[in-house]
Design a protein around this ligand. Structure first.
Ligand code: PEP
Ligand code: MG
Length: 325
């Protein structure tokens, strides 16, 4: 199997009927970047910057951060890296930074909320990312955005930093693309407004699922209670894919759902053509995509998503389709 996946490394993730899917990898540490080449990933679709902060003994200062991001960009060679600003809080704790007791940390003071309330922290990170990306493209997205206003506030911080650096003679990135992690259900009801201002979006299904199903992702009693391929969630994912397509805004799925072959087939069936996953998942997902005719898969899947047609669950329909292939 491993050898088979290695042979696929240089082949495209193209389906039998010619749909080309971009497979990127998720990363969080410098060491992860070593997997870029061997996995055949098209780039880093999600760089979880808080992981760098979690393993540091104290809060890294601007210069130290800049060095880290520079190193990551170098290790990426010419391949694109999508950075996510600090997603602290919830299941991601920085022992030296905050010690607030919260009853519901996942729904608490975390991620972009913390960043906007402590702009010094977020601005330092933005500045370091901008300097490190001087002369190349910077792709940066914000986690746990709940309203379009939060994204606009974050973008204002980026604009200010760009202005400051320009005035001080720094080389700015040749382009700065700002995106949003789609992981709170509220944002789905502001999607058109969001797509008018965001350069790209990335669906964080781990959190989107947890908040949609009201099922704590870290509580084993409930985290697997509902199938991620349940009707409501798959319809939600289709709605996002359709809206992004209509608005012509690039969309990636970077949650764990993209790393499992059957689920990945479902995502491509829904219209997603960019998935990001742990490097080890790229081979199996690519093999599954290459073996699939999505015209035929959609003919099975889409009617099922329309109201009231068919009783079989979506996972069952997909696995039957794959087995018959
Ligand atoms: C997600 O929520 O799906 C996601 C990719 O982010 P994280 O798992 O880091 O919360
Ligand atoms: Mg998340």
């Amino acid at each position: 199997r491993q050898a088979q996946y290695r042979r696929l490394r240089h082949l495209p993730a193209a389906s039998r009927d010619g749909i080309e899917v971009t497979l990127s990898m998720n990363a969080g540490m410098l060491a992860d970047m070593d997997h870029l080449k061997e996995s055949g990933a098209a780039g880093v679709g999600l760089f979880r910057t808080e992981v760098l902060f979690m393993v540091a003994p104290s809060l890294p200062r601007m210069h130290a951060q800049e060095q880290l991001y520079r190193k990551i960009n170098e290790m990426a060679g010419g391949l694109p890296v999508t950075y996510r600003s600090l997603d602290i809080g919830g299941d991601k704790i920085l022992p030296y930074l905050r010690n607030v007791d919260e009853e519901n940390p996942a729904m608490g003071w975390r991620a972009i909320r913390l960043g906007l309330d402590r702009p010094g922290l977020l601005r330092t990170q933005i500045r370091a990312l901008l300097i490190a990306a001087g002369g190349r493209e910077l792709k940066l997205m914000f986690p746990m955005v709940t309203t379009v206003a939060e994204f606009n506030a974050a973008r204002t911080l980026v604009d200010r930093e760009r202005k400051f650096l320009h005035q001080h003679g720094y080389t700015l990135p040749e382009a700065t693309k700002l995106g949003v992690m789609l992981e709170t259900p509220s944002l789905l009801f502001e999607l058109e407004e969001l797509l008018a201002v965001a350069d790209f979006v990335s669906v964080g299904t781990n959190d989107l699922y947890q908040f949609s199903m009201a099922a704590d992702r870290s509580n084993m009693r409930v985290s697997g209670r509902f199938d991620i391929l349940s009707q409501s969630f798959v319809r939600m994912l289709k709605h996002i894919a359709d809206k992004c397509d209509a608005a012509n805004v690039p969309v990636t799925v970077c949650g764990d759902v993209a790393s499992r072959p059957l689920e990945a087939l479902c995502l491509v069936g829904l219209g997603y053509t960019h998935l990001s996953m742990p490097p080890a998942a790229i081979g199996p997902v690519k093999a599954a995509i290459r073996a699939t005719d999505f015209g035929r898969l959609r003919a099975r899947l889409w009617p099922r998503l329309e109201a009231g047609r068919g009783n079989d669950d979506i996972r069952h329909i997909l696995s039957r389709f794959v087995d018959a292939n």
